[in-house]
Design a protein around this ligand. Structure first.
Ligand code: MG
Length: 145
């Protein structure tokens, strides 16, 4: 079973001024082939059509084809409302509300949050692919001998 990964837009896949993050296409390909990927952004409220339309102002068609595969979520106030706490997950966001931080801590999942800071580290998506996010285990290989 693939782990869930939840991703924000502003400050995570777009940096300041709506500029796509460096290594974005490689990052999207990586998470889509290793995780069950859902939006966790105020720019998605239960339907990703608006999200895709918004991002098409900033991203090239190749990236759009990838983000179209990301699942929608919905929440009213806190993004944590949309997280499935029964499953392991990562949550990539540049900023949490105090209430969201508290919910993560109450659930014992504060470590699931990966703070993205593209201003401080413009290459962070590349770092995450190669140093932070585990690849999904392949089921085709069977048990290791
Ligand atoms: Mg953000």
């Amino acid at each position: 079973m693939r782990q869930n990964i939840y991703i924000d837009i502003d400050g995570v896949i777009l940096t300041r001024g709506g500029i796509p993050a460096l290594h974005l296409d490689e990052f999207l390909k990586f998470i889509l082939s290793n995780y069950y990927v859902s939006w966790l952004t105020s720019r998605c409220r239960g339907d990703s059509k608006y999200t895709v339309k918004y991002l098409s102002r900033f991203l090239l068609p190749e990236a759009i084809a990838l983000i179209e595969r990301i699942k929608p979520t919905s929440f009213l106030l806190d993004k944590t409302e949309a997280i499935d706490f029964d499953k392991k997950f990562f949550w990539l966001d540049d900023e949490l509300f105090v209430s969201e931080e508290r919910t993560l801590k109450e659930q014992g999942k504060y470590d699931s949050w990966i703070e993205v800071d593209l201003i401080k580290n413009p290459n962070q998506l590349n770092y995450l692919i190669h140093n932070k996010l585990p690849r999904a285990k392949s089921f085709r290989l069977g048990p290791q001998s």
